[in-house]
Design a binder for this molecule. Sequence first.
Ligand code: DQQ
Length: 572
Amino acid sequence: MKGGSRLLWFLFSLCCYCVIINNNGVEGSHKIHHEYQCVPDTKVRQVHRTGYHFQPPRNWINDPNGPMYYNGIYHLFYQYNPKGAVWGNIVWAHSVSRNLIDWEALEPAIYPSKPFDINGCWSGSATILPGNKPAILYTGIDTQQRQVQNIAFPANLSDPYLRKWVKPDSNPLVVPDVGINASTFRDPTTAWQVNGHWRMLVGARKKHRGIVYLYRSRDFMTWIKAKHPLHSAQNTGMWECPDFFPVSLYSERGLDTSVTGKNVRHVLKVSLDRTRYEYYTIGRYYPEIDRYIPGNTSADGWSGLRYDYGNFYASKTFFDAEKKRRILWGWANESDTADNDTAKGWAGIQTIPRTLWLDKGKKQLLQWPIEELNTLRGQKIQVRNQELKIGEHVEITGITAAQADVEVTFSLPSLDKAEEFDPSWVNAQDLCGMKGSTVQGGVGPFGLLTLASEHLEEYTPVFFRIFKAKGKHVVLMCSDAKSSSLRTELYKPSFAGFVDVDLKDGMLSLRSLIDHSVVESFGAGGKTCITSRVYPTLAVSKKAHLYAFNNGTEAVTIKKLNAWTMHRPQMN
Ligand code: DQQ
C-alpha cells in the first residue's frame, strides 16, 4: 500500500471502529449495520428517487425533527446519517423553505459534540418561546449511553436561516431518574404553557407499558417530572415520538400548542416501536390537573386510529402561525433491503406535508396535502362521466404517470351487490391481502392502478371495496404493493384501512400523489390515508402508466378525474 492509501485505509478503519464502540447498547430498532457505516461515496442511483418529495441528495434519513415557522421561513430538521444509507451517526440535518415546497439544505444544526450528546442527537421538537425565541428540545445519548433531554438555542437570532445552534452547559436538562429505563426515554415534544408554566412530554416504556412522562418548568430550563404520566397503556411497548396538540371543535384552522378551552379537543399521537405504526386518540385535556382522558370514539392502542395505514412513522406536527394551520410531517422508510439502500446511495423520504384538522363528526382527524403543493401542478388532463364496466381497466393518458397528482371521484349507481361483511374481519390489512385488487367482488374492487407497466406485469393498485354489514356499509381502502415490482425480495405489504364515510350520495373520492417510488393516497377527502413505497423495474419514468379499473360485478363511473404531471421543486 502506498502512504496515501494507507492513511485513507487507517482513517476508514478508525471511523468504523468509532461507530462500533459508540453504538453499543442501543435498542434493537436502531439497528446498526456496521458494514455500511463508512462505505466510500457511491454514485447515487436516480431511478427510484422522488421528483417532488423531500429528500437530501444522498444517504439515510429518518424522523422529521423540530419543524417550525419562524420569521417568514419554514425550518425542517431531520435525522440524518452523513456517512451512509443506513441508520447511524445521527445528526440533525437542516433545510429551510419559504413555501414548504422548495428547500435549501444548510449545514447540520445539531450534532454530537458534548458529553450529553456525544453518542447521538436523536429526535425532538421546537418551541417558540415568548419574545419570539425558538428553542429545540432533543434527546442526546450521553457518555453512559443514557437517553437524556437537552436544549439548543439559535446562536444568532438575526440570521434569518438560524444556521448555528448552541447547547448551553446546563445540559442535560432532564436525565432518566430512578425507575426510568435510560434506554427507553426519548423524543421530547413541543412544549405548551399553562398559566405561564411550561409542560412537555417525553416518550418511554416501563416493562411492556408505553408511557408519556409529563415534565413541568417555570423557566424552560429546570424541568420537574409530574407525579402522574400524562398517559400510558399496558402492553404497547415503547412510545416513540409523542405529539400532543389541540384541535378546534368547530373550525379547520389550526391552533397554537398552548391553546386550551371548551372549544378544543386534544390529540395524543404515539409511534409504537413494536409495530412501527402510529396511533392517535382524541380526548380532553384538563390543564388544571394535567390529565388527558381519551374519548371513547377510538381504541387506545393497537387497534386505534392512525394518521396513515401504510409506511409512515415518527411523525410530528407544528403550528404554522402564518397560515393558521397545523401541519403534519411523517417519515416514509424504504421497503428495500439495507444492501440495496447502500447500493443506491440513499434511503428514506419525508411525506408531503399535510394540513390536519378535526372531522365534523369529531371522531377522527382529516388530512390533506398542503395547498402549496398545487403550485407544482403542470400538464393537466380531465375525464368526466366515464363508465368503468365490469372487469375493465382504462388508461389515463396525457400526463407523466410516474410523477403525478391524481384526484378522482367515483360515483356508485347501486350498492345492492355489495358483498356481505364478516364481522371477524377486524384487520383491514389482512382483508386486503386476502381479497386483493383482482379477486372479483360486488361493488369494487375499483380504483387506480398506479406505477403500472404497459402489460400490467407491475402495478400498485389503490382502491376501494364496499361491503354490506348490519345497517351500514363498510368501506375498505387498500394500497397494495403485492404486484408492485418484479423483484421478489422486497417487502410488499397490502396496506389497508377502513374508511368511515357515508355513502348516501353514492360518491367516493380518492387522491393519489404518485412519485416514482412512493404513492401517498387520501381516501374520502383525507379520512383514510395510506403511503406505500414501491420499486418497479418496468414501470419506471416514461414507461410508467396509470389506469382506472373496476373488478366488481357492478359498474361504477368516474364522475370526475383531474390529473397533473408534477414539476420538480428545488430540493436541497
Ligand atoms: N428515531 C430516533 C429516536 C426515535 C426513533 C433515532 C423513531 O429518537 O425514537 O433516530 O424513529
